[in-house]
Design a binder for this molecule. Sequence first.
Ligand code: 6R9
Length: 650
Amino acid sequence: MTDAIFPVSDEWAKNALIDDATYLEKYQRSIDDPDGFWREEAQRIDWIEPFHTVKDTSYDKDDFHITWFEGGTLNIAANALDRHLAKRGDQIAIIWEPDDPSEEGRTLTYRELHAEVCRFANVLKANRVNKGDRVTIYLPMVPEAAIAMLACARIGAVHSVVFAGFSPDALAGRIEDCQSNIVLTADEGLRGGKPIPLKANVDAACEKVSVDTVIVLKRTGADVPVIAGRDVDWAEAMAASSEDCPPEVMDAEDPLFILYTSGSTGKPKGVLHTTGGYAVWTSMTQEYVFDYQPKADGSMPVYWCAADVGWVTGHSYVVYAPLFNGATQVMFEGVPNYPDHSRFWNVIDKHQVEIFYAAPTALRALMREGDEYVTKTSRKSLRLLGSVGEPINPEAWDWYHRVVGERRCPIVDTWWQTETGAAMITPMPGATALKPGSATRPMFGVKPAILDPEKGTVLEGATQGALVITDSWPGQMRTVYGDHERFFDTYFSQYPGYYFTGDGCRRDEDNYYWITGRIDDVINVSGHRMGTAEVESALVAHELVSEAAVVGMPHDIKGQGIYAYVTTNAGVEDSEELRAELVKWVRKEIGPIATPDVLQFAPGLPKTRSGKIMRRILRKIAENDTSNLGDISTLADPGVVDDLVANRGS
Ligand code: 6R9
């Protein structure tokens, strides 16, 4: 199965923007002459002032800097909206599909979206938001989430979108870290028919951090308390606001957004992206990866990226790149299994979606329910499928290809990260022969290398090791908000001169790349990153817990699950009640995605004499691979291992 190769079909090779020869030629040029290549690609964006320097970057510690398109000025919202008005004013930009299919959806043309964004930009201004201020967005998947993000970009405010599934504590931490004075939220969210108490969560977060303003959108109409002097009604503010809002002139390197992501140390990092490079990079990748071009009749194919705006995929491939490229896209509020397991495919039929982009975890969950939920729908409109968030196992790839796409739709398995802004290693449908489970070849301008993880030396040819990127690309993150040193330390110190991705990778004889998963202390749960340290610090924050160690474990649906080893305080009785309470505690501290799948009480953890927890052993036990635990002679107390194996949880 893993040796299978799916060549590009004649039809795709003929009609796609990029065929194989073009890919090879363009890729080579992007590496040999980055300045020339990017100068040309940058013309896809409307600049107010042209840039004078394409690229000025160095990963050296003493001269560390990353600058793209210096001297250039632009506005992101104007690129997403204003410039389309003449030609596409009446074209639909967003088709909003609500959680409940019996509820009426909404469509917004480019003209309508532009008007809403301008109006909301004025609402922000009226609430004292200035250029450079941070705006926290805690909204469900409704058009207002995109409107809010674009409104920030229009006035030069920096948005920080917090996934609406995060807990009040996680929200408070993010508000505090970026010193945001304003939160945009809704009364409630709706997912799979269940209300999510967003406003109540914001109120709870605001008991820990104070903000001046909370703008509240009515989504369900639930009765939520209004705090006088702080809370503002979204619709009322919009009604009182003008549609006239000239876009702010932004420098190429002005911040666009902060998005928090988990790393291998405790606190989530505020990944900061800037304006010019991000615009060029996301727009270019969306066009080539999804072959996004007008159809024969001049209309744009309907595109659907099923990611939530709370994640980077929702930033780059729902809000920004599709709008830069004049797309018509579906924005989906719901979940794949509500009202039943056909929902994705019904939405595809309803809106005649041609390009569909989703995460392996959702596909695996649907695959388990049987083919009938798929085969009873038409899906005739589909031409291209995408995958993102984690390695797609060959079984899920095969199902996606054979059952969902009826063998006629290529699958673009796009490897990238919050930090990279957009797709880095990915097929292009007209250019790349596919191998199930491989993200295939690098995007233009991306120079991957594989290093020996221990020695840091470059490994050539078919090999396996740590994946690094050799040079900068325009959409690279620019800093960790408020902690530039942490930016350097996290990504550039381990292997000097390289950007270290944190991922392991194999390269085969055809120079195809196969991502093998994280090699740092990050777990990928359903495509969402969880730092083991984050879950550990939540656990030890409980008064009965003295120590915790968290590792990933294989999980059929989620890809990886969370396995927690917990040592309780002396004298505490380990019980099922306590286990349930600790699981609930983690959900409350971080959010449901951090829910431990297994929580094992451990009287002791395997530690070296210097006190370092040997995670390698804990991983093996979690994976139920206990026949060969490797060398445990350096443990301070090898006896603890027997106990852990004997009491392995499941
Ligand atoms: C876009 C996004 C990044 C991590 C990344 C890697 C994993 C993402 C993947 C993939 C294999 C793919 N990952 N896409 N692994 N194949 N196509 O997911 O960003 O949430 O920051 O996660 O996800 O481990 O390092 P982010």
